[in-house]
Design a protein around this ligand. Structure first.
Ligand code: HEM
Length: 337
């Protein structure tokens, strides 16, 4: 968790740079105040969002493994106790992830309004903006239009401003303002990516919450052992938090484009001139192969343990273990450590 804090502080600096001065002689941003970097408002929200997301991920894994054992009729004390622990922890973790996600939405509207507008593909500044659940349309045309089918009234305003009729800035207006501020250029990220990653993250989170709540009801009514539908869904749901984490990150990084450090350094200028395409391909392939092997070995070891199931509980104290029969007292033996 401490490591996560520092990684997120560095990432948050790229989203919202603070505590630096630009040295005009070297054209470098230099650290002036590490305390501001560590207490950046962006990291103060990204950290709990990520950590509660990690707790939710772990809970869904435990719930899924328990469901797998129940489906194989290998439930027992360990399984039911694990479920009684993981279901409420999972529920609370998902709710807290959502609460901090909402605060992040408010902060994002202030710090990176284009990211929020791009998440919704909201072209024009709007009061009381609705949230689109599913849309078809042209995400690539700029300026363009989104023909949406399903919308929740006022939900975007609530997410981004915490008020019913709050104003959410539109892509057209932000683009014009950024051209004025930073010079000519396209300041709009790839809208198809921002729109769908944002929905997949929130959608996966909502499904996780529904599942953990349903699980708690089943446990409370003592119907979990026979609930085959829940057990099957819970195994698939192991992948929901992974999807939410991936799409959350993709949204965060792609929504910041064309900047690598927001407002300071464009991605096109951040490229190292001495690193060629060949170097990139070799490095990335190396990472993918190495991590692929680690994931395969890790996954195989975990699945072997899961299939093996929990060890049988130890006998209660005082009861003899069958192959450890008590020895007859021998006066020649002394107890020694
Ligand atoms: C209602 C539900 C959710 C909302 C409103 C929400 C909101 C957000 C927002 C606004 C960001 C972008 C922050 C930024 O770019 O500055 C974000 C990023 C992220 N989200 Fe979510 N989120 C939700 C659910 C989830 C869930 C369930 C998970 C994982 C289990 C998750 C994982 C992530 C991750 C890993 C990131 C990238 C790290 C970060 O910037 O915090 N999110 N989320």
């Amino acid at each position: 968790m401490i490591s996560a804090y520092f990684i997120l502080a560095a990432n948050s600096w790229m989203q919202h740079p603070v505590g630096y001065v630009v040295n005009h002689a070297t054209h470098r941003a230099e650290l002036k105040d590490i305390f501001s970097v560590l207490t950046n408002s962006t990291v103060l929200l990204a950290f709990p969002h990520t950590i509660f997301g990690a707790f939710a991920t772990a809970s869904m894994l435990v719930i899924g493994i328990c469901a797998f054992q129940l489906l194989r009729k290998r439930g027992g004390d360990v399984v039911s106790r694990s479920l009684r622990l993981a279901l409420p922890i999972g529920t609370v973790a998902v709710i807290l992830t959502m609460v901090f996600g909402h605060f992040q939405g408010i902060l994002m509207e202030q710090q990176q309004p284009m990211k929020m507008a791009a998440a919704e593909v909201l072209y024009h500044t709007k009061k009381g903006a609705s949230f689109s659940i599913f849309a078809t349309g042209d995400f690539t045309r700029f300026p363009g239009h989104l023909s949406s089918d399903l919308r929740i009234p006022h939900a975007l305003s609530i997410l981004a401003t915490a008020t019913w009729n709050g104003t959410v800035d539109g892509i057209d207006q932000i683009q014009a303002a950024e051209v004025k501020k930073y010079g000519p250029g396209n300041y709009t990220p790839i809208l198809g990516v921002t729109y769908w990653t944002f929905r997949l993250m929130i959608g996966a989170g909502t499904l996780m919450l529904l599942l953990t709540l349903a699980g708690m009801v089943l446990v409370r009514r003592k119907k979990m052992d026979g609930a085959r539908w829940f057990q099957r869904l819970a195994i698939i749901a192991i992948f929901l938090p992974i999807l939410a984490n991936w799409t959350g990150w993709i949204f965060t990084e792609m929504g910041r484009q064309p900047w690598v450090v927001y407002g300071l350094l464009r991605t096109s200028n951040a490229r190292s001139p001495n690193v060629g395409l060949g170097d990139l391909i070799i490095t990335l392939t190396g990472y993918i192969v190495l991590y692929g092997i680690l994931i395969a070995i890790g996954g195989w070891l975990m699945f072997r343990e899961i299939k093996h199931g929990p060890e049988p509980p130890p006998p209660p104290p005082g009861e003899a273990v069958p192959d450890e029969l008590p020895l007859a007292p021998n006066p020649d033996l002394v107890l020694s450590y």
